[in-house]
Structure formats: structure tokens, C-alpha cells
Design a protein around this ligand. Structure first.
Ligand code: 13P
Length: 278
């Protein structure tokens, strides 16, 4: 069933697990995520980034995800990931997304608070929940995200930000990167504990790909309720396609797409099981 992201994350917070938010770009990524969620009997968040708006029919895509979600036996959320423009957020709300992320990290704190609070007002009137980020992630290899400053979250600023904006969940920058790590990850779990002490809303971790399992487990135990995953799933699909075209000269596209979906499912399963903290 289609579910409100805030309700799903409140449940995760209460029961100390994290929900996977998979970035999707096509039917196959959506179907793979929902299939894995049903098999594992875990909720999942389908996340479409604003950066894909120029190539994806947002209203059509939303209708498709909602159709698939309605038939699912577990909660499925539809989330707008990293949106920088108010008009993208309104478009997502109008087409039935269950949550939106406003990324105002390029602004000074005061301005970020002002913009975010305005988005929260609009989204809440439509029953849509809002994620925001304090600090910002650096970009590693193979990522499709914007380069961020790598500034870590200040716990006291995070507290002020949540109190003044009314966001429903907060992305904490603790040293994970978007994409694969270049060198050893340097993730500050102590900082996460401090943020947790100051902030009551569910916390989100961006940059799930390549993050060591033991760090993920500790982060979930320290209060992370949603973990975003993009790059590792994309890499799995692309390397599958490279192998496929080496081994098969001319095949039908429908077969390639169905097989690519199957190739993505094990990597999504790995994340869903790890985040479930069972
Ligand atoms: P990865 O690409 O590192 O998995 O991060 C995804 C993400 O955080 C999207 O918001």
C-alpha cells in the first residue's frame, strides 16, 4: 500500500531499524525495489531526484508508482529526493508524492530556515512530509549527485533548524559521501550520537553505497531511520549490461530489461536486510 513517509519512519524510529530509500529512474528500478520489499516484508521508499525531472514524465511516473504501490502488501512511499526548486516540490506534491526533500544547503542558515519553513507549510497542507539537510555530503566515485561541501552537521544548529522549520525528518551529514568512497570512509558516529541527543525527528543517512556494513549497523542503532542508496544499484545494473552485451550479440530489449531488473534485486536485498537490523 502507498504510505505516508512520516508514519513509516516513525515506526522505524520506534522499532530501531532503517527503511531503504532507493533512487529510481525507470520501471525496472521501481519493480525491483517493490519486489524486494515484499519478499523481505519491509517497507521501502521509492525516491526520484529532481535531477531526473528533465527526462522523466513526473506525473506519469508518479501514477505508475502509486499503481504498483497500491497492490503491494507492505508500505511503499514515493519521495522526491534532493529538490532545490520550489516548483519541483509543488509539482511532486500535486502528483501525489508522499514526501519531499528540500535541499537548501547552498544557502546560509537563516535563509535555509526561511525557505524550508515555507516548503513545510505548503507540504503539510497537502499531508506530505518534508526532509531537509543540515550540512552537505561530498561526492565520491560514480555518483550522479551534485558535489557538496562535505560540511558535517552541527548538532546545535540541527536542533535550531528542526525547531524553526518543523521538518519531519532530518538528513545528518556525518562523513558519508554520495557514491563510492575514495580511500577509507571517515564516518563520525560520535557526532551522530550528539545529533540524536538534540533532535527528536527521525534521522536520515545519505550516501548508503559503499558504506561498510558495521558502520551502517551502528548508525541504525544510533537512530538512523532512512538510508538512501543510489550508486551501488546503478553500478550493478551497468556492469550487468556490459557483461550481457559482451556475451549476447542481438537480443530483444524486453529480455535485457527483465534480466537487468533481476540483476538489481540481490543488491537491493542486501541493503534492505542490513537496514532491517534483524
Ligand atoms: P549513494 O549514491 O552513495 O548510494 O547515495 C544516494 C543518496 O544519498 C541519494 O540522496
Amino acid at each position: 500500500m502507498l504510505a505516508n513517509t512520516r508514519d513509516v519512519l516513525k515506526h522505524a524510529q520506534h522499532h530501531q531499524y532503517a527503511v531503504a530509500a532507493f533512487n529510481v529512474y525507470n520501471l525496472e528500478t521501481v519493480q525491483a525495489a517493490v519486489k524486494v520489499a515484499e519478499k523481505e516484508q519491509q517497507p521501502v521508499i521509492i525516491a526520484l531526484g529532481e535531477r531526473y525531472f528533465p527526462t522523466v514524465d513526473v506525473e506519469g511516473f508518479s501514477a505508475m508508482v502509486k499503481g504498483i504501490a497500491t497492490k503491494a502488501s507492505v508500505p511503499i512511499c514515493l519521495h522526491l529526493d534532493h529538490a532545490y526548486e520550489k516548483k519541483s516540490i509543488i509539482r511532486a506534491i500535486r502528483s501525489g508524492f508522499t514526501s519531499v526533500m528540500y535541499d537548501g544547503s547552498k544557502y546560509e542558515l537563516e535563509q535555509n530556515i526561511q525557505h524550508t519553513a515555507e516548503i513545510v507549510d505548503i507540504a503539510h497542507m497537502a499531508g506530505v512530509s518534508v526532509e531537509a539537510e543540515i550540512g552537505s555530503l561530498a561526492r565520491g566515485s560514480f555518483s550522479d549527485e551534485e558535489e557538496g561541501s562535505g560540511t558535517l552537521t552541527d548538532p546545535l544548529l540541527a536542533k535550531e533548524f528542526v525547531a524553526e522549520t518543523g521538518v519531519d525528518f532530518l538528513a545528518a551529514a556525518i562523513g558519508t559521501v554520495h557514491g563510492m568512497y575514495q580511500g577509507e570512509p571517515n564516518i563520525d558516529l560520535g557526532l551522530l550520537e550528539k545529533i540524536r541527543q538534540e533532535v527528536e525527528v527521525p534521522l536520515v543517512l545519505h550516501g548508503g553505497s559503499g558504506t561498510p556494513d558495521e558502520i551502517i549497523t551502528k548508525a541504525v542503532q544510533a537512530g538512523i531511520c532512512k538510508i538512501n542508496v543510489n550508486t551501488e544499484v546503478s553500478m550493478e545494473a551497468v556492469s550487468f549490461l556490459q557483461r550481457y552485451f559482451k556475451e549476447n550479440e542481438m537480443v530483444h530489449l524486453s529480455t535485457v530489461m527483465a534480466d537487468m531488473q533481476m540483476a538489481m534485486e540481490p543488491v537491493m536485498t542486501k541493503f534492505v536486510q542490513l537496514f532491517a537490523n534483524r
